[in-house]
Design a protein around this ligand. Structure first.
Ligand SMILES: *Cc1c(COP(=O)(O)O)cnc(C)c1O
Length: 378
């Protein structure tokens, strides 16, 4: 290879990102990220970190002191919750009705836990009674499930399952990667012990950070472990040394990414959580309505449908021609990205995300107009 070959670093197109994440980022967030660097122990930066931690708590519906932006993506947030709360040989019950429940099973298995699962069909929520029965039968140390299953577009009600788990003496782990700031999240009210999210979905930041929150009860459990947490990087007791009052070096915080998150959180505060949740609901409803005449129908029943991620069954004409070609034309000709189906839904559905910045009627209209043009051509 010619070592002077320039890298492809300039002039990427401005895509409308309507897939399952990342979503588009407000220009002011990108501007914030281009500010000069501070050191990760600079008092000005530590003040910013305090502000970010404070602003994350209401999004999670919690007063948990241990609420922080982990320096890694949502999957690392998942791993943090599971590897800290599980010791080898302990039992975990995982709700599996899509890709991300499946990923939790994989992480918990690698952590040496005895993994049990309660399943539902892709496109349906976990059945509450069956899940509660499984909790009573398995008596797991941890119950883990997904609030907003991005692989299927299903909204999982949390409270009844979390309360049954608490009653059985289990710790509750909740995946809030796609739900945070697009749906109400109420960790304290629901009785959730540990939760994680990601910045690139409804928070409309670049990918790379995972807001997480642990209750004091969960932290006490971690302190009482008889074996060390298998991951040094994700050990919450060590993380607490930097993000808590001591502010001692653990790893170098990703300064620029945190500037961006602070700006995004500021924008969420200005909008208000209530109006933001409503905006997501209205955009999701408008999408279903606007694409119905083109032959796209929602996979998930209205009462169980996520606002920010809609799984649409494709019209037969699109399925027979191969959905990949149409998605490629949306991208190449119209600069619009939508997500394909995963696993058993591949080829049959699209996943359309209207997250954060993109949860608005303009996105719906741009997608519908582009589809009308491309589907008439075929
Ligand atoms: C995106 C997503 C994840 C994984 O997040 P990454 O940032 O891709 O690591 C986990 N759970 C759900 C529900 C997601 O949508």
């Amino acid at each position: 290879m010619d070592s002077t070959q320039p890298l492809r670093s300039a002039a990427f197109p401005d895509r409308l990102l309507l897939g399952p994440g990342p979503s588009n980022v407000n220009p002011r967030v990108l501007e914030a990220m281009s500010q000069p660097l501070l050191g990760h122990l600079d008092p000005l930066f530590l003040d910013l970190l305090d502000d970010i931690q404070e602003a994350l708590r209401p999004l999670f519906g919690t007063s948990n002191r241990f609420t922080l932006p982990l320096s890694a993506t949502g999957s690392a947030g998942m791993e943090t919750c599971l590897v800290n709360l599980l010791e080898p040989g302990q039992r975990v019950l995982v709700g599996v009705n899509g890709v991300f429940g499946g990923r939790m099973v994989e992480v918990a298995t690698r952590a040496g836990a005895e993994v049990h699962s309660v399943k539902a069909a892709w496109g349906e929520p976990l059945d509450e009674q069956r899940t509660i029965d499984a909790i009573e039968q398995v008596k797991p140390d941890v119950v883990a499930f997904v609030h907003a299953e991005t692989s299927t577009g299903v909204h999982q009600p949390v409270e009844a399952i979390a309360q049954a788990a608490r009653k059985a003496g289990s710790f509750v782990v909740l995946d809030c990667v796609t739900s945070l700031s697009g749906l109400p999240v109420e960790l304290d009210q629901w009785g959730v012990d540990a939760a994680y999210s990601g910045t690139q979905k409804c928070l409309s930041c670049p990918p790379g950070l995972s807001p997480i929150s642990f209750s004091e009860r969960a932290l006490s459990r971690v302190r009482a472990r008889s074996t060390p947490v298998q991951s040094w990087y994700l050990d919450v007791s060590l993380l607490d040394g930097y993000y808590g009052d001591d502010r001692v070096y653990h790893h170098t915080a990703p300064i620029s990414a945190l500037y961006g998150l602070a700006e995004a959180l500021q924008q969420i505060q200005r909008e208000g959580l209530g109006p933001r949740v409503l905006r997501h609901r209205e955009a999701g409803d408008a999408l279903v309505e606007r694409l119905a005449p083109l032959g796209f129908s929602p996979l998930v029943a209205a009462a169980e449908r996520l606002p920010m991620l809609t799984t649409l069954r494709l019209p037969e004409s699109v399925q027979t021609q191969g959905e990949g070609a149409l998605r490629r034309r949306l991208l190449d000709t119209h600069n619009i990205e939508v997500g394909g189906g995963l696993g058993e839904l591949a080829g049959e559905v699209w996943r359309v995300g209207l997250m954060g910045e993109n949860a608005c009627l303009e996105s719906v209209e741009r997608l519908a107009t582009a589809l009308e043009i491309e589907m008439n051509k075929a």
